[in-house]
Design a protein around this ligand. Structure first.
Ligand code: GLV
Ligand code: MN
Ligand code: MN
Length: 412
């Protein structure tokens, strides 16, 4: 079978999807259930229908586009990723796995391949935590990791309930219907940009992911005492931002001191109240994102943060409350799916690196209900979650070709 990837079409589709954005180009912002996000989904659905795929959208907005195999009752082979984009993001994160997955299916159709197992493109809802504070909403519900009740209780920064927002976006049905049975997929493969510098540094065109790091996130609230920036004397202050600053640096120190490059910690949001030049910060809310391929090491960083909270609260006479939003375990790729990827690389003479994923992906949760693996392509300077995120058309075409070969081998 001679598989040909139409990289020009794929590149133009990636550009077309980037136009569905609430940020000025080259930045892309596409937040869950906004009109822009819904229009982007409708645009992709039309591309899937053009390819003759059968569409289904579930109650949380996961989209399934199926190429039915000759044995339609056997478990399907899944591929896909997400199209939501954090504020001020680039155009490749998630999108390469969705449009690359679609092009892999079209390339197999053009090559005359007839799958025995159905091949299904899955576009996950809300991989990014932007709107409801927790990432991978779609795959958490698909895998039974998040209960429908817990999902319904989620609210966005405007206090809108997930349940109301999804219904206003036109999604019918109940969240109970989202969960997939364990034998739904025979295998699931996600193509994604690496989002880190390793492939580029090692001059490897492809990465075969063996495990996905364990992410955890928290929301921390520090309450101190506000007041006049001129009038309140320094010994009398209970400045919430100064306390938060100590915690943020303590967190950085903990992550840097584990001795492993796989430990990473980030504070990406820090809201100061009342946020006035001449007013002492009375309250600060910040987020914490900690990840590691090793669960114990990740949890040690969380414990150290907890200790720092107690120590800073008592020394600075402020109150500190932290709410754990998620603390997920790492996932291992399935050897059979890894082997299928390796064989596809070897068939085309492509060098590859076996590596972990330090970013999380929907595959982290799909691993709980299906054998998974991921394929990484390099991105320039390792940049991601920023407007200058870039993967070359060649890199994308190579990844898509290996994905197509792998899907064909698994679906036979
Ligand atoms: C996903 O975008 C992540 O934060 O790893
Ligand atoms: Mn992302
Ligand atoms: Mn992603």
């Amino acid at each position: 079978m001679n598989i040909h990837i139409d990289h020009e079409r794929l590149t133009s589709e990636i550009d077309a999807l980037a136009a569905f954005s609430d940020a000025d180009p080259p930045a892309v912002t596409r937040v869950l259930f906004t009109p822009t996000d819904r229009k982007a989904h409708a645009w992709i659905n039309a591309r899937c229908e053009e390819a003759g795929l059968t569409l289904r959208e579930d109650a949380i907005g996961n989209t399934f586009a199926r190429w039915t195999g000759s044995d339609p009752r056997s478990p399907a082979i899944g591929t896909g990723s997400h199209i939501d984009a954090i504020p001020n993001a680039g155009k490749f994160d998630g999108v390469v796995g969705v449009l690359g997955g679609l092009e892999a299916i079209r390339a197999l159709q053009r090559a005359g391949f007839r799958p025995r197992h159905s091949i299904e493109l899955l576009i996950f809802s809300s991989e990014e935590p932007t709107r409801f504070g927790i990432g991978c909403l779609g795959s958490r519900l698909l895998s039974g990791t998040l209960s429908p009740d817990a999902a319904r209780a989620l609210t966005d920064p405007e206090a809108a309930r997930l349940e109301d927002v999804r219904r206003s976006a036109g999604l019918a049905g109940t969240l109970e219907e989202v969960r997939l049975p364990r034998d739904y997929y025979k295998a699931f493969v996600e193509l994604h940009i690496e989002q880190g510098p390793i492939l580029e540094r090692e001059h490897k065109p492809l990465g075969v992911v063996e495990r996905i790091a364990a992410p955890a996130s928290l929301r921390v609230t520090v309450e101190g005492s506000g007041g006049h920036a001129g009038g309140v004397l320094m010994p009398d202050r209970r400045d919430a931002l100064c306390a938060a600053a100590e915690l943020i640096l303590a967190l950085e120190h903990s992550a840097r001191s584990t001795g492993a490059i796989d430990t990473v910690a980030t504070v990406g949001i820090c809201d100061v109240f009342p946020s006035a030049v001449n007013s002492i910060p009375a309250r600060v809310r910040f987020t914490v994102d900690v990840r590691d391929t090793n669960l114990e090491r990740r949890d040690r960083v969380l414990q150290q943060l907890d200790q720092s909270c107690r120590e800073v609260a008592s020394r600075r006479n402020v109150s500190i409350h932290s709410e754990l939003l998620n603390a997920d375990a790492p996932a291992e790729s399935a050897p059979a799916v890894v082997n299928a990827l390796v064989q596809a690389c070897q068939k085309h003479g492509f060098d590859f690196l076996k590596m972990p994923s330090r970013a999380y992906h929907d595959s982290l949760f799909m691993a709980r209900i299906a054998p998974i693996a991921m394929l990484f392509i390099p991105c320039r300077n390792g940049y991601s979650h920023r407007p200058d995120e870039y993967s070359s058309p060649d890199a994308i075409a190579r990844g898509t070709l290996v994905l197509a070969e792998t899907l064909a081998a698994l679906a036979t």
